[in-house]
Design a protein around this ligand. Structure first.
Ligand SMILES: [Zn+2]
Ligand SMILES: [Zn+2]
Ligand SMILES: [Zn+2]
Ligand SMILES: [Zn+2]
Length: 382
């Protein structure tokens, strides 16, 4: 086969001015770096490089004296990568400067990571996850991965898209109660919180939480408990921001607000134990957080609240029993048609009734909903 001669050099020479520039020409070659213009920074081993893949910025590597977190060092034998490497370093440096105020506020350094949709402060120290001991840096990356995973799952069950969100979500995890109190005061505007976590929802999405071992169920680990609390609360942030930056919990949409937050808890551990407005209750959980069997029973109970009744309440008005019911309402709708469920959420967030979307996407009225939901609940195995 005859190789096709390239016309590119000819065109380039016609376009270039005739005088010689000082900088090396674009088609210069460099044997030292194989024309890449950079080398991998040798301060990071393979495991660490892998870890960095899920963040755009990580304070741990951005502090590297050789690469400033770009994981690349410029090739000194050529100018092929000069501009790009310099720009990437400047971007990392600017980000680190922006983060300094946070470390100053708490008078201590902790890993901060930023991915496509989240900024995560990890002041949670080392943790053990599934019997594996993780450093604070590794824990931060694990939670970035978990948050981005939740983000993708959220989009899948509401048919939302990346462009439908309008903020970089902030999540802050603290080992010390005093740090969480300061974060609550400063970032979520809730001074003296007497709960483990507080959040700010709507146009911004911020959740700060204290890892409190005294809250943890004896038959489970602190890390499982924390994971579920984050999943539950960040779901609130996502739903309150998506499409229009309005929190449905105060727009008679308590059932989708709490229901969806419990939905993701259940997907994770088949347990729902987070009640944002009921932490002070002596009954910390409803039926141990395992809700399939109790909901199956409730479905046949005559005096339980009806769907119509529950589906107009604010989140703060839901009873513990209703928390379990709204979980199953959302679970039923998502299992039937995620796009339709998303349309119901949109309508409620606009301050409208869910009825039209229920009719259009599920062919149900608020009354026929009950029977369809009961049939679904009957299929629960445990
Ligand atoms: Zn080179
Ligand atoms: Zn890192
Ligand atoms: Zn480096
Ligand atoms: Zn909640």
């Amino acid at each position: 086969m005859t190789p096709i001669p390239s016309v590119a050099p000819l065109i380039l020479s016609l376009l270039l001015p005739s005088h010689q520039d000082e900088s090396p020409p674009a088609h210069d070659t460099c044997g030292a770096c194989d024309d890449r213009g950079w080398f991998a920074c040798n301060r990071h081993d393979e495991t660490e490089v892998e870890l960095e893949a899920n963040t755009r910025f990580c304070s741990y590597v951005a502090g590297c004296p050789d690469c400033r977190g770009t994981l690349e060092v410029d090739c000194s034998d050529c100018a092929l990568g000069d501009r790009r490497v310099a720009d990437a370093r400047a971007e990392q440096d600017r980000w680190m400067e922006g983060m300094q105020e946070h470390w100053d506020r708490f008078h201590h350094d902790f890993p901060i990571g930023q991915s496509d949709h989240f900024l995560l402060f990890w002041s949670g120290d080392k943790i053990t996850v599934k019997r594996e001991r993780l450093s604070d840096h590794e824990a931060m990356h694990l939670y970035v991965e978990r948050l981005e995973d939740l983000f993708e799952r959220f989009k899948a069950v509401t048919a939302a898209e990346d462009d439908d969100f309008s903020t970089l979500f902030h999540v802050m995890v603290w080992k010390r109660f005093a740090h969480n109190r300061l974060a609550s005061e400063h970032y979520t505007n809730q001074p003296n919180p007497n709960v483990t976590g507080t959040k700010r929802m709507g146009a911004v999405g911020i959740y700060t939480v204290h890892i409190d071992p005294s809250y943890v169920d004896p038959d489970e680990s602190a890390s499982a408990d924390l994971y579920r609390a984050i999943v539950h609360n960040v779901t609130h942030l996502l739903l309150a921001n998506v499409w229009d930056a309005r929190w449905p919990g105060q727009l008679k949409g308590g059932w989708i607000d709490a229901g969806l937050a419990h939905y993701f808890e259940h997907v994770l551990h088949r347990r729902c134990t987070n009640f944002c407005y009921r932490e002070q209750d002596t009954v910390a959980t409803f039926k141990g957080g395992r809700w399939r069997a109790p909901v199956k029973k409730l479905a046949n109970k005559r005096n339980r609240p009806s769907f119509v009744e529950t589906a107009t309440k604010k989140t703060t008005e839901l009873t513990l029993e209703e928390h379990a019911l709204v979980w199953s309402y959302c679970e039923f709708l998502i299992a039937t048609d995620p796009k339709g469920f998303g349309e119901i959420c949109k309508a409620i967030k606009r301050g409208e009734s869910y009825r039209d979307a229920l009719k259009e996407h599920f062919d149900l009225t608020p009354l026929t909903f009950e029977d369809a939901w009961k049939r679904h609940v009957k299929t629960f195995k445990d």
